[in-house]
Design a protein around this ligand. Structure first.
Ligand code: SF4
Ligand code: SF4
Length: 475
């Protein structure tokens, strides 16, 4: 689709890691691990490429497991028989894939790829399941403008992806008659919470504070109230001395943990609530900024679906950009802001995950001659499935069989293993021409890169938006 295969391949191969593999999972291991002294295969005969593909499976399963856990919590509360069946299918892929990576099980390259696609398919299923469970439990999100960096009164700042925990906390504050005494704010991946009707109805769910996960050391240090991290992307004390400024006000939930922080046990939010009441009111957060969220794919299709189709047919809407994924420290991700700002006015941007904080302060307005917003925030990283639903619906309505034929450009940021399951999910659906970045995954060697480039035209961003997307930006 891009016609940039050569350039993409060159940049991507240049960034591939040439280090040997490392496997030390069985007794036959070479001293220090097979591959640790530059061997190209292990004692069992497993090659470096197959070992790395098995590593990739494990990383995909880690992301899958995170979504599976959140889906499971909701399936137990609002799920039906169909939901439980899907959960079982996901769990079966998890077990089968772990089995696949045992010593002396499989030495066939194509079957490694097929297993990776199975993991990707499980990713599609679990994201759809989680999305459905969220909308069943909390209603379908609608677009909403949220205050940014404005806070008052006693405050709890909640960061992470667990919306179910947020609802339980808000309910408990209400049960105790404290809704006018304690305000709750979102941070990072909790921002999309504001779009859900059953969360928005709590008037003490006020606004958003800070940006992506890694600013938590600065934001939590400045915050006078309590803070909760309910999923991954926590900065530990080992990483930053600033954590000591708030560790006594930091709470973790379920699987998350940090030494020195307090744990919310058995959904008992009272210690957190009591602690918050004992702390001073929040000061120093008085910005007038606003940001927008809440464009769940179900809302987008319902509210804008026919308008989008008309706009495409009339030539008012020329291209859709998916600029999404994980944020992380460093200037290399400025690329994604530069790209979002360079997107022509008759194109729209679909985003999700915390990478959106790189550009969600910008008012992108509407597509000229329409009321279609140019900026669509699907939600958290697990809501990335929405982009596929939108693409498939549009393709079907336009009579296009292959979604790769749609005028869509995709630039993803990756950081950790949830991004890997999202990428595997997209590949398993046959989505091609994806750019990832800002860095190439170090677990991929030349063989794996060649395979991804040749079969999916996957590329790593070059750092120059015009080199990667010049044609699309000019279209
Ligand atoms: S599974 Fe194979 S490559 Fe891994 S440690 Fe055992 S012998 Fe080495
Ligand atoms: S999008 Fe990725 S980096 Fe950001 S909070 Fe979620 S898991 Fe972490």
């Amino acid at each position: 689709m891009f016609g940039l295969f050569g350039k993409k391949e060159e940049t991507t191969k240049k960034q591939a890691c040439d280090l040997p593999f490392l496997c030390w999972q069985c007794e036959m291991s070479a001293p220090g691990g097979c591959g640790s002294h530059g061997e190209s295969k292990g004692v069992c005969g497993k090659t470096a490429t197959k070992s790395r593909l098995q590593d990739l499976m494990i990383y995909g399963l880690k992301g899958l497991s995170a979504y599976r856990e959140h889906a499971n919590e909701l399936v137990q509360e609002v799920g039906d028989e169909e939901a439980r069946k899907t959960l079982k299918e996901v769990d079966d892929v998890n077990s089968e894939t772990l089995y696949f990576t045992l010593t002396n099980v499989n030495f066939n390259f194509d079957e490694h790829i097929a297993q990776l696609m199975k993991v990707g398919q499980a990713g599609v299923k679990v994201m759809n399941l989680l999305s459905d469970m969220h909308t069943k439990a909390l209603g379908i999100p609608t677009p909403v403008e949220v205050t940014q960096n404005k806070a008052e009164g006693k405050g709890i700042l909640v960061s992470g992806h667990n919306l179910d925990m947020l609802e339980k906390l808000l309910k408990r504050i209400e049960e105790r008659g404290l809704s006018d005494k304690i305000n709750v704010y979102t941070h990072s991946e909790m921002l999309p919470a504001h779009g859900y009707p059953h969360l928005r109805k709590f008037k003490n769910l006020k606004g958003n504070i800070g940006k992506a996960w890694f600013d938590q050391t600065d934001v939590f240090s400045k915050w006078q109230g309590t803070c909760v991290v309910n999923t991954n992307c926590i900065v530990p004390p080992e990483k930053s001395p600033k954590v000591k400024n708030y560790i006594d006000r930091l709470y973790t939930y379920k699987i998350t943990g940090v030494e020195g922080a307090k744990k919310i046990e058995n959904d008992n939010f009272d210690p957190l609530i009591d602690h918050t009441l004992s702390l001073p009111d929040i000061t120093g957060f008085d910005s007038d900024e606003k940001i927008v969220t809440g464009h769940h794919y179900k809302t987008v299709l319902e509210a804008f679906g026919p308008k989008v189709l008309d706009a495409i047919k009339e030539g008012k809407l020329k291209r859709v950009w998916v600029i999404a994924g994980c944020d992380a420290p460093g200037r290399k991700r400025n690329y994604y802001r530069e790209l979002a700002l360079a997107v022509p006015k008759d194109h729209i941007i679909i985003t999700s995950s915390c990478g959106k904080f790189r550009f969600n302060d910008v008012d992108f307005g509407t597509v000229p001659g329409t009321d279609i917003p140019r900026y669509i925030d699907l939600g958290q990283c697990n809501d990335s499935n929405g982009a596929v639903h939108i693409a498939m619906t549009v393709a079907q309505a336009l009579g296009i069989e292959d979604i790769n034929e749609l005028p869509v450009s995709i630039a993803l940021m990756w950081m950790e293993q949830k991004a890997i399951i999202i990428l595997l999910a997209l590949l398993s659906l046959g989505v091609k021409d994806i750019y990832i970045g800002p860095n190439a995954p170090q677990f991929a060697n030349e063989d794996i890169v060649n395979f991804l480039v040749e079969n999916f035209n996957l590329g790593v961003i070059s750092g120059d938006i015009h080199k990667d997307f010049g044609k699309e930006l000019a279209s």
